[in-house]
Design a protein around this ligand. Structure first.
Ligand SMILES: Nc1ncnc2c1ncn2[C@@H]1O[C@H](COP(=O)(O)OP(=O)(O)OP(=O)(O)O)[C@@H](O)[C@H]1O
Ligand SMILES: [Mg+2]
Length: 286
């Protein structure tokens, strides 16, 4: 039996309730090669960051993580392939569109510091003054709200030097949230923090993602952070090529030596606990 064009099959009824086009990923990196002058640092890298998810970008020091991040915000031109961020190529838009795009991205640069001569509140307010015409009173209320989001209510009047290292990181995240970004990019947010403070910061990022549905790309070396926040992990090899990607559970099961070396430091794959490789490890031959 053939069905006429108006027949309401279960499949058609389901299709009618689905969006016609699936949401585009927040970030799409396709065949990306990037580097400095003639030196390639990142080779043929492809991955996507679906909307509303947290993707952790991991890999050894110098493998090119920050280089990837620079291409996402248009600070570095790809030498091959392309990146699309919130549906746009950050380097193939005119100046007005570029500013509009960057307003939708919150960025926490590696080692990015607050301006020491401004109060915490004025640091958070900077982008609001620059990009909006909101009156001062409204900006002050937004600043308090953004500080509260990261657990720093009541600190707007303090100077950065009066905060702990962990609080400064939170304030920097609060500053990155000032314009309600759809995408938050954090390059090593918990570097230099003790594990307890770092765990608090991870919980804050996770909470932001849950409450605001924010998409995040987080560069980190910390296994505990990855386990806490990552929906998906993209791992670069030392030579700047993709080593592996998948969920934390998938990567913990990986047989790829570089991945095992990284994840095996604290959490050997369950298979290793019972299989021959465990015996080999006990004998010191693995
Ligand atoms: N502005 C630059 N000019 C030239 N080379 C650079 C520049 N920035 C980074 N590099 C080089 O590119 C390579 C990758 O650097 P990148 O900062 O992307 O690494 P990373 O993975 O972020 O390292 P880390 O974990 O230490 O932050 C390194 O060899 C670095 O020396
Ligand atoms: Mg870096």
């Amino acid at each position: 039996m053939t069905l006429g064009p108006t027949a309401a099959t279960p499949a058609r009824r389901a299709a009618a309730t689905q969006p016609a086009v699936p949401a585009l990923p927040a970030v799409e990196i396709c065949g990306l090669s990037a580097g400095y002058d003639d030196r390639l640092v990142v080779h043929d890298l492809s991955f996507v960051v679906p909307r509303g998810r947290i993707v952790c970008l991991v890999g050894g020091s110098g493998c090119g993580k920050s280089t990837v991040i620079r291409t996402l915000v248009g600070l570095l031109k790809p030498l091959g392939g392309y990146v699309r961020v919130l549906g746009r190529d950050p380097l193939r838009v005119d100046e007005r569109e570029r500013i509009a795009l960057l307003r939708r991205i919150g960025m926490l640069f590696q080692g990015g510091a607050l301006l020491g001569s401004l109060t915490v509140g004025d640091n958070v307010a900077l982008a609001l003054h620059e990009h909006t015409d909101l009156p001062d009173g409204v900006i002050r209320r937004i600043v308090e709200q953004k500080l509260a989001l990261v657990g720093l209510e009541g600190t707007a009047h303090l100077l950065p030097a009066q905060l702990s290292g962990g609080m400064r990181k939170r304030a920097a995240i609060s500053r990155a949230l000032a314009l309600d970004p759809e995408l938050l990019i954090c390059d090593e947010p918990s570097a230099g923090l003790d594990p307890v403070v770092a765990a608090g910061l991870d919980a804050t990022l996770r909470e932001l993602q849950r409450r605001l549905g924010m998409t995040m790309v987080v560069v980190t070396h910390e296994l505990a952070s990855i386990a806490e926040i990552a929906d998906h992990v993209v791992m670069l090899a030392r030579d700047g090529r993709l080593l592996a990607q998948g969920s934390v559970a998938e990567l913990q099961q990986s047989s790829e030596p570089g991945v095992r070396e990284f994840f095996g430091r604290t959490a050997p794959p369950p298979a290793a606990a019972t299989g021959p490789s465990m015996l080999a490890a006990l004998e010191g031959t693995d």
